[in-house]
Ligand binder design. Structure first.
Ligand SMILES: N=c1c2ncn([C@@H]3O[C@H](COP(=O)(O)OP(=O)(O)OP(=O)(O)O)[C@@H](O)[C@H]3O)c2ncn1[C@@H]1O[C@H](COP(=O)(O)O)[C@@H](O)[C@H]1O
Length: 120
């Protein structure tokens, strides 16, 4: 039986969020956090992605030996990181489907094999 996943088509939260992020491209910056990010431009969005990545790795270190609160904090920071990454993609006319397609393409391919293929 072929267990290779097809491109995911059941991602309602991500689908809905991608639509909102696109609608915010031309919304008033005072009314919307996402519109304000788009208005400030790619550099500001990338600054937020970097900030959230750092906060996520600090939360992961705390979660390693922490309890439920630290694990919940890691989930919250990861959500912030995903969210700002999705804003970045949206700013460049891309979305989660591009990333899910790539993960589906890679599924089952050993990371070592994939790296070796890249180096040829
Ligand atoms: N998922 C999110 C989401 N996650 C995090 N955030 C915001 O991301 C910001 C990150 O917090 P920070 O403290 O790092 O940033 P900040 O201090 O507010 O901003 P800076 O001055 O540092 O740039 C907070 O303002 C959060 O509210 C989000 N803002 C919006 N969404 C989604 O986007 C939709 C559209 O939001 P609006 O554009 O605001 O309507 C919402 O309905 C949600 O579904």
């Amino acid at each position: 039986m072929d267990t290779t996943p097809s491109t995911p088509n059941n991602t309602p939260v991500l689908d809905a969020l991608a639509e909102v992020l696109q609608q915010r491209r031309h919304a008033a910056p005072d009314d919307s956090y996402v519109a304000a990010l788009h208005y400030k431009g790619l550099n500001k969005i990338l600054e937020k992605v970097g900030e959230e990545a750092t906060e996520t790795l600090l939360a992961a270190k705390d979660a390693e030996h922490g309890g439920l609160a630290e694990r919940q904090a890691l989930v919250a920071e990861t959500a912030d990181l995903w969210f700002h990454s999705l804003v970045m993609l949206s700013h460049l006319d891309m979305d989660h489907r591009d990333v899910l397609n790539e993960l589906a393409r890679r599924f089952g391919m050993s990371g070592h094999d994939e790296k070796a293929a890249r180096e040829q």
